[in-house]
Design a protein around this ligand. Structure first.
Ligand code: ATP
Ligand code: MG
Length: 517
């Protein structure tokens, strides 16, 4: 046999039934929700059950008429004005010393409310995890803190208490006049409901989902409820009840012409008040100097973080600079001379003295691998060379042709640097064909990189040709043919010498594009 609670003569309820419960009290304005909640709180206080009431309208300080309750916050019946800075201490006093607390939020601005509740409920949750003894939190106008469809940090905290508090002995009593606006997950977890009168269709729908009756029945029964009456719902137990009137002063009573006198209120022990005053002085309102010092410390730490970021970025920049220096670009003038030496050595095998400077050891290696010059395929016979002369000046060409040259250069410039380097080397050393090994050596790229990422764009454009010679892949310039094709449209206005000029000019431009990053 448990400890009976005197809530309604129609209802047998015991204190044990409340432990770890999520209780919902719903109904329209003036239907008697706060009275019902007040009656439950009275019964809990009578049995020394520890609790906190989150009181948005300053309705519950009247409990002090009979019980020792600490009222904090900002409002009419408040004993100690506090803000979020000492919320944690109050939660600790309440839970550890078994002191019932009413948190009067009626004088707080909405962000102050949120700040206080986050600290307070967060602290209660953590303490409940350690202490694991029964404790209940009542929340008035719960739809403001656990609105359906909106995600806030505070809502998550309250929902956590409602959904997962049981294992910590933590219960919740959520009170709301907007049934449809309260988070559905929390409502669905409520094991005990006091459903007062509602009239709006949306609220009635919520009731219909909760109650086992047909819709029309639900509507009929619920709309017939008068003040103080409600449907009590707990599992299979569904009964209409009348909740007794509060014994203690109900500051949220509906005003009448009768004179209401606020009764004598009980005070919590002086030691508790002093403990909170002490916490307030330590962490309470900060002086302007404190605030500025805090701001300064914050700015200093921000500046320090920024300095660290700058140092880190400088390090990265240095590393990048180092890499850039360490990767030598091919020296094209040298390449041209060496190429001529190669051509010369191919044309005059056995000749020791060439027109070009003597090739280096690396050049010698390449020279031995050079394939025979590619067979001429073009429609125009042009002597390839990379050094443009005055005769190659494109300015003498028609505007349309110059524009087309620029389009081609632009298109090439958008391709990857690896491909541009390959193009630059092969076009700059036309008409010979070069193996991938040779190109790799001259462009300073690993052979595998070229194998994996061949210059497909330029093969497709027709600037380069790839063919297998002696079992090895070779590339050679196709610029002559490319120019003939691309600029063939402009004939007969363009003569052979013009095509030649275009080719020389393009060749020089493409060689340069291999040097740009
Ligand atoms: N069981 C009851 N017996 C007698 N009077 C009651 C009962 N319940 C509520 N009342 C009275 O009805 C009025 C409204 O009650 P209460 O403040 O509890 O309603 P409420 O649903 O909380 O309203 P609100 O949504 O405006 O907060 C009060 O004056 C209260 O004293
Ligand atoms: Mg109320």
């Amino acid at each position: 046999m448990g400890i009976p609670l005197s809530i309604s003569s129609d209802l047998d309820l015991e204190l044990e039934d409340i432990i770890g419960q999520c209780v919902a009290i719903l109904g329209i304005r003036g239907s008697g929700k706060s009275n019902t909640a007040g009656v439950i709180f009275e019964e809990l206080l009578r049995n020394n059950y520890p609790l906190s009431i989150i009181d948005i309208d300053g309705e519950y300080f009247g409990l002090k008429e009979k019980y020792e309750v600490l009222v904090v916050g900002r409002g009419e019946g408040v004993e100690i004005e506090v803000d979020e800075t000492c919320a944690e201490e109050i939660a600790q006093i309440s839970m550890e010393k078994n002191v019932p607390v009413v948190v009067d939020l009626s004088g707080f601005l909405s962000d102050e409310r949120t700040a206080f509740l986050q600290e307070y409920l967060g602290a209660l949750w953590n303490l409940a995890g350690k202490l694991r003894h029964p404790y209940i939190i009542g929340i008035e106008e719960a739809h403001e803190f656990i609105p359906q469809g909106v995600k806030t940090e505070l809502k998550e905290l309250i929902a956590r208490v409602a959904l997962r508090g049981r294992k910590r002995g933590l219960g919740a009593i959520v009170i709301s006049q907007r049934s449809a606006k309260v988070d559905k997950d929390v409502l669905s977890q409520a094991g005990m409901l006091f459903l007062h009168r509602v009239v709006h269709e949306v609220d009635m729908r919520v009731y219909s989902e909760l109650l086992p009756w047909r819709k029309a029945e639900t509507k009929e029964i619920i709309t017939a409820l008068s003040t103080g009456e409600c449907v009590y719902l707990n599992g299979d137990n569904v009964i209409p009840i009348y909740v007794r009137e509060r014994e203690t002063f109900h500051a949220g009573f509906t005003p009448s012409l009768e004179v209401v006198v606020t009764p004598e209120l009980k005070q919590v022990s002086q030691a508790i008040i002093e403990a909170i005053e002490h916490a307030k002085q330590g962490k309470g309102k900060k002086t302007r100097i404190d605030q500025l010092e805090e701001q300064l410390a914050h700015l200093e730490s921000e500046a320090m973080k920024k300095d660290e970021t700058i140092a880190r970025l400088e390090g990265i920049a240095r590393t990048l600079g180092y890499i850039k220096i360490e990767v030598p670009q091919p020296s094209y003038p040298d390449v041209q001379n060496i190429s001529k030496a190669i051509v010369h050595s191919v044309e005059h095998p056995g000749s020791a003295s060439g027109r070009s400077p003597a090739p280096s050891r690396a050049v010698g290696t390449v020279a031995t691998k050079v394939a025979p010059p590619a067979a001429p395929l073009g429609v125009i016979d042009i002597e390839p060379s990379t050094a443009p002369t005055e005769a190659d000046d494109p300015m003498v060409l028609p505007d349309a042709v110059i524009r087309h040259i620029e389009r081609i250069v632009k298109r090439v410039s958008r391709k990857s640097i690896l491909h541009r380097r390959i193009l630059s080397f092969v076009v700059g050393h036309a008409p010979l064909a070069y193996s991938v090994d040779q190109i790799a050596a001259w462009t300073n790229c690993a052979r595998g990189v070229i194998d994996n990422d061949p210059p497909r764009d330029f093969l497709e454009m027709g600037l380069l040709v790839r063919e297998r010679r002696s079992g090895k892949m070779h590339y050679h310039s196709n610029l002559k043919e490319y120019v003939a094709r691309e600029f063939g449209l402009f004939q007969p206005d363009l003569g052979i010498s013009d095509l030649h000029r275009i080719m020389r000019h393009l060749q020089a431009r493409l060689v340069l594009l291999g040097e740009e990053q």
